[in-house]
Design a protein around this ligand. Structure first.
Ligand code: NAD
Length: 243
């Protein structure tokens, strides 16, 4: 483990440009359960069903019940050591960008600035009738589904399963993947595409891949140069100590 951490730190130190791809696992230690974990609200709600755009369109109130529970958790969550380490790395020039699949805003709350939100953000709501954008506040979703002043139904500004990724997020993320020489892949099961393609594109363009996860993923044997098994909030501080 120590040898892997030192090797990862050396790769980061030598690199000209380091990017990170993060997934739900980095926020697990902030109390937000990942989809593919054993606990949290996903025991109650099947994400494949509740996070699909067809479910939302068919029954917005039903899906909003799940969204409102998730939002209550996100509102209480604080950035953890993993988020804070990435923010510190950006400040000290060791990390250029973060591509996150998360919709919880915790990287920005930790102070990270160059964050590409691949799947949008729950902190903004959009009216499906007039397109008005409204900041997510607890009062707004107390009655579900929440409505815009125009009477239209509000949806979170996130990408549901079955929806395309916004073109800008794709363009920016793939550009990062092609131009970095080290990519940290933290807390993602790497099964949700096209996000799962990002480390593969980075590798094909010559980057070294450092994976941090509590368990192995499809990237572990096929793509990662170094796989460090452990919690992001414990491994990242060790890497930062060695930078
Ligand atoms: P996922 O739920 O599919 O996988 C989570 C991964 O994190 C797993 O591989 C797991 O082993 C790992 N993990 C769990 N705890 C960890 C820890 N403490 N440290 C390091 N790794 C840990 O998540 P995904 O790959 O991001 O894809 C699922 C989709 O669901 C994404 O779009 C994601 O944004 C979304 N989602 C987001 C949130 C959030 O915003 N916090 C929460 C749930 C789901």
């Amino acid at each position: 483990m120590d040898r892997k951490i030192i090797s990862a730190a050396l790769l980061i130190k030598k690199a000209k440009k380091v990017s990170a791809l993060t997934g739900a696992g980095i926020s697990a230690e902030s109390g937000i359960a990942p989809f593919r974990g054993s606990n949290g609200i996903w025991k109650k709600y099947d994400p494949e069903e509740y996070a699909h755009i067809d479910s939302f369109m068919n029954n917005p109130a039903k899906v909003w019940k799940m969204i409102s529970e998730l939002l209550d958790i996100i509102f209480k969550a604080e950035p953890n050591k993993g988020h804070l380490c990435l923010s510190a790395m950006e400040k000290s020039g060791c990390l250029y960008s973060i591509i996150t699949q998360n919709v919880d805003g915790l990287h920005q709350a930790a102070g990270s600035r160059n964050v590409i939100e691949f799947h949008g953000n729950n902190m903004l709501l959009i009216c499906m009738a007039c397109g008005k954008k409204i900041k997510t506040e607890k009062e707004i979703y107390r009655k579900i589904p929440p409505l815009c002043p125009c009477g239209g139904i509000l949806r979170p500004d996130v990408v549901f399963f079955g929806e395309p990724i916004p073109q800008r997020a794709i363009t920016e993320s793939f550009a990062e993947a092609k131009s970095c020489d080290v990519m940290l892949v933290i807390g993602t099961s790497a099964v949700v595409t096209p996000a799962a393609e990002i480390p593969i594109i980075a590798k094909e363009n010559g980057a070294k891949i450092i994976e941090i996860n509590i368990e192995s993923t499809p990237l572990t044997d096929a793509v990662a140069n170094i796989s460090i098994f452990g919690k992001a909030g414990e491994i990242l501080p060790e890497i930062v100590k060695n930078l």
